[in-house]
Every structure is written in structure tokens, then in C-alpha cells.
Design a protein around this ligand. Sequence first.
Ligand code: C2E
Ligand code: CA
Ligand code: CA
Ligand code: CA
Length: 274
Amino acid sequence: AKAAGRNAYRFFKPEMAETIERRRRMEIDLRRAVEADEFELFYQPFYDVARGTISGFEALIRWRHPERGLVSPGEFIPIAEEVGLIDAMGLWALEAACRQAAQWPSQLSISVNLSPIQFRDPDLSRRVEDILNATGLPPSRLQLEVTESLMLEDDRATLAVLQAFRARGIRLSMDDFGTGYSSLGYLTKFPFDKVKIDQSFVRHLTEPENIAVVRAVIGLSRSMGISVIAEGVETSEHYDVLEREGCREMQGYFFSPPVPALEVAGLLMRFRPQ
Ligand code: C2E
Ligand code: CA
Ligand code: CA
Ligand code: CA
């Protein structure tokens, strides 16, 4: 009883009050930023190994804070999800990305991240449709990235929305593959076109276990007709191992970090077909 009492006491750490206060301030700041239009998109290329060119880009949101400079999404997306700002933010990102990609050469795809929270909106697929219509981007050029945590939401509703996207010709990628639970089962149950091997496997590609995972994911995906992209490719060693294992698409600092839209043309020049 004494120990329990001490534990209960420990619940009221001053750091917790601090964290709550920091979150509250962040929430207020985020709401202001949405009003003030302080978000922009950066784009990171997908490298097509066989063709030696760029096959598309992933849109990654940035917050250009008036005092703090560029704030990374890892810091504000979780809070936006918690306080109900992710719907507006996510749709803004989708529309801005589609509008941008509609200006690019037509062989380039655009990949946009969707939060699992956005799937709770019963009108999500109609909203995506409206954005395609408004921007004129052909659905076949759009890829939507979702993480495994989405599959923990309401199965049937989630499946229905994913199938609606698929029926429209939009492609679906499973992001951060291998970091969640029962990933393999999800691949058979949900209609994915692509899996993105999480950077945690790529980072330690010298460890035999990780090579084994990468090899298994590539083999399994291929047998299911699902394509594979490796994330977080940073070095020529990563590149060599992945190429040897038959990975046909890669993304990471080895090719380019995410860049502002203005630098996309330069990247296309640098990676143009020989
Ligand atoms: P993610 O979707 O897994 O995106 C990949 C992250 O890895 C990006 O971080 C990217 O900049 C980073 N990255 C790319 N190449 C390398 C590399 O070679 N090495 C390392 N160490 N990192 C690399 P970023 O841009 O900070 O985004 C973090 C996360 O924020 C994303 O992870 C995604 O979950 C989320 N996010 C970003 N934009 C959006 C958005 O528009 N909507 C939603 N819902 N989430 C977003
Ligand atoms: Ca992603
Ligand atoms: Ca990822
Ligand atoms: Ca991630």
C-alpha cells in the first residue's frame, strides 16, 4: 500500500504540468498558423533504379514559423491529430501537392501522407475526389501513403474507403512497413499497391537480420504483385545492398533531401535519363 501510495504521488510530476502547458501553447500557435497560412510543402524524389531517373515525389509538410523557422512535422502533426486540426491540414497538403504535381511532366507521381484520423471523416473519399477535380490531376498520378496504425481503426469502414480510392485509380502505399503489428496480414487484407520499407531496417542494413527482413519483404511483395520502395537510403552501401536484393525504387538523402517546389526542376535535370 505504501509503494502504491508513493507511485500515486509520483503521478504528479512537475514535468507533466510542463508538458501539458507546452502542448497547450503549441495548440494555440498551430491554430494561429492555420489561419495565417504558415505551412508549405517540400518534395523528396523516388528514384527508379532500373531507369536511373525520378519516378515521383513525396510531399512532406513544413511549418514556416515566424520565430522558430522551419518546424518539422514530427513535432506538430501528432498535436494536430490530437486537437482536430489534422483534417484541414491534411486536405490543404493534398490539394497543394496535387496542384503542384499537375504542373510536372506527366510520368511523375505525387505521394501524399494521410493520417489515420482523416479516415474518421465519412466524406474523405468525396473530398479527395473534389481535390482531383479542382486541380485536374489524373487519379493515376496520385499515391496515398498510410501507416499500419490505420488498420487498427474500424476495419470495414477503412477497407471501404481504401477500395473506393483504388476503384478511382488512386494508388495506395503502406508507409513505415515493418514497424507495426501483423504487417503481413494487412497486405493480404487491404488493397495496397506499394510497401515502403521503413528506414529503421535500411539504417542497419549491415546487420544480417535486417537484410533478411528486406529480402523477405521484397520476395513476399513481389509474389503478391505489390511494389517495394526503401526509405531512408543514405549511403552507397545502402544502395548497393538494396539493389542486390532486387529493390527497384528508393528514397533518401543519398539521392536528395526533401526540397522546396522551386528545386524540383533542378533535380529532374540532375537525374535525367542518359
Ligand atoms: P514519413 O512519411 O515516414 O516521411 C519520411 C521522413 O523521413 C521525412 O521526415 C523525410 O524527410 C525523412 N527522410 C527522408 N530521407 C531520409 C534519410 O535518408 N534519412 C533520414 N534519417 N530521414 C529521411 P519529415 O519530412 O520530417 O516527416 C516526418 C513525418 O511527418 C512523416 O514521416 C509523416 O509521417 C509525417 N508527415 C509529413 N508530412 C505530412 C502530411 O502532409 N500529412 C501527414 N498526415 N503526415 C505528414
Ligand atoms: Ca510517408
Ligand atoms: Ca515512412
Ligand atoms: Ca515515419
